[in-house]
Write a protein that binds this ligand. Sequence first.
Ligand code: FA5
Length: 345
Amino acid sequence: MSSMLEQLAQLKVKALAELAALATTDETRSWYGTVLGRKGELTALLSGMMQLPKEERPAVGKLANEIKAELEAALQERQAAIALEEMTQALSAEHVDVTLPGRRPQIGAYHPTTTALREIVDILVQMGFQVYDSREVESDDMNFGLLNFPPGHPAREMQDTFFTTNPDVILRTHTSPGQIRAMREYAPEPVRLIMPGKCYRNEDVTARSEMMFYQVEGLVVGRSITFSDLKGVLLNFANQMYGEGRKIRFRKSYFPFTEPSVEMDVDCILCGAKGCRMCKYSGWLEITGAGMVHPVVLRNGGYDPAEFSGFAFGMGIERQAILKRSIDDIRYFYDNDVRFLERIA
Ligand code: FA5
């Protein structure tokens, strides 16, 4: 009998020592299984009780009950202490220091190209132009041939082209091929369209020139459209885009698809035409190429030049964003350096 009582006492000491070393709630659960559970050490020990003489059994049973109650109480106490410890740790891990300076959320902003594009499109839409979506991948014919650039014509070299392995498939060098596509879709109805989009030129990238840039093409075809209409539209555009009272001037130019061809300048918005770095001390900023649609192009688009006339213009978007927001290098636009976008927003 003494050995059974001793074993119980030893079990208690060992179990209490183990319990004291536990650190987590999970560990206390497995301790319960090992010591007090149905297949635990206490049950295993008591299974030998039937071999004891009858008179010894009550004392062993009593001690076993006491130990069980004691261990259960010790377990509860330990679990409560561990739960408290775990909660304290969790709270300090999630601790919020209200004295720390706040983190400013980053506010998104439009890319300067998007802003300029929207501004330009809005002005022209308000004048009655409709947006026509043309394609970026073009045939040589659409980009050049039908726009009156004969094969081998030196004017093709004004726009260095990105070719594909198929010599007839190129990336458009300007938005002007949209003129042919739009005319072929609408002829013989009059049209008043703008075509914004990306263009690609195999050029050396400099502060003023990118390989990929945006243009907005304008095209008006109808009966008795004159150069005065072109002038009125561009003057109105300049006043809305760059402020009332702007002066504009036309310089003669050359494009195979317009005749006559011009470049339109606006008086320098930065220096009031006195001369500065931005206008290269000329007092004028170049805004767009333009002209009266060439009769050959009208015919290629499906209009009879004896009955119809029209004007077209093609303006660069980044260069206008540069003018309006005093950005000094076009390369910032597509470098994807977020510091530029934050500064310019
Ligand atoms: C043209 O592309 C003609 N298609 C414009 C036109 C349309 C004339 C309709 C007449 C009638 P040009 O090559 O000059 O012309 O380009 C027009 C504008 O696109 C330029 O003034 C400039 O603002 C912009 N541009 C041209 N090349 C680049 C480049 N590499 N990087 C950034 N902008 C460019």
